[in-house]
Design a protein around this ligand. Structure first.
Ligand code: SME
Length: 161
């Protein structure tokens, strides 16, 4: 029988940790992190928005899924809420979320995790969008927080050229 999704996510920790080991490119590492989660879950959109400190907004980073909004602004949407509050956002119905940014009409629920560097600053958000209503349970959140921690442990050693 197929494994429950959160178990498949849990089983990504070891291979993803091995993939990240010794690779300094942040772009390569975020790209593989997206691909690993997308292929394990089939979620509609899996990707990163990076904090652009100069423009003071979020800019699209590596992702898997349909074309997405390039910039997200403070005070608007779920990703901005995760960035500004520094807390994980679980949204069962995106249409009920004030200011939700609809990059794709197929997204119905969403999980967004802040990603911090070694200083504790939020440097990115990991955005997971599902085409199913209320698709993110506590086990998914826990599994995704563990994968996010793998990125956070290494973030400050990465380069972005
Ligand atoms: N749903 C996000 C916008 C990004 S896309 O869905 C890829 C938000 O409200 O922040």
């Amino acid at each position: 029988m197929a494994q429950p999704r959160f178990k498949r996510l849990g089983q990504l920790s070891a291979p993803l940790g091995a993939l990240l080991e010794g690779e300094p490119s942040g772009w390569a590492n975020l790209s593989n992190a997206c691909a690993a989660v997308h292929s394990a879950t089939g979620w509609h959109w899996v990707g990163f928005y990076l904090v652009d400190a100069v423009q003071d907004n979020l800019v699209l980073g590596p992702f898997q899924g349909p074309v997405a909004c390039t910039r997200l602004h403070r005070g608007k949407g779920v990703c901005a809420a995760a960035w500004e509050s520094g807390t994980t956002q679980v949204v069962t119905d995106v249409h009920a979320f004030p200011g939700h940014v609809a990059c794709s009409s197929s997204s119905k629920s969403e999980l967004v995790l802040p990603v911090r560097n070694g200083l504790g600053d939020v440097v990115a958000v990991w955005d997971l969008d599902s085409a199913e209503h209320a698709d993110f349970g506590p086990e998914d959140v826990q599994a995704m927080e563990a994968l996010t921690a793998l990125l956070e442990e290494r973030w400050s050693t990465w380069t972005w050229s």
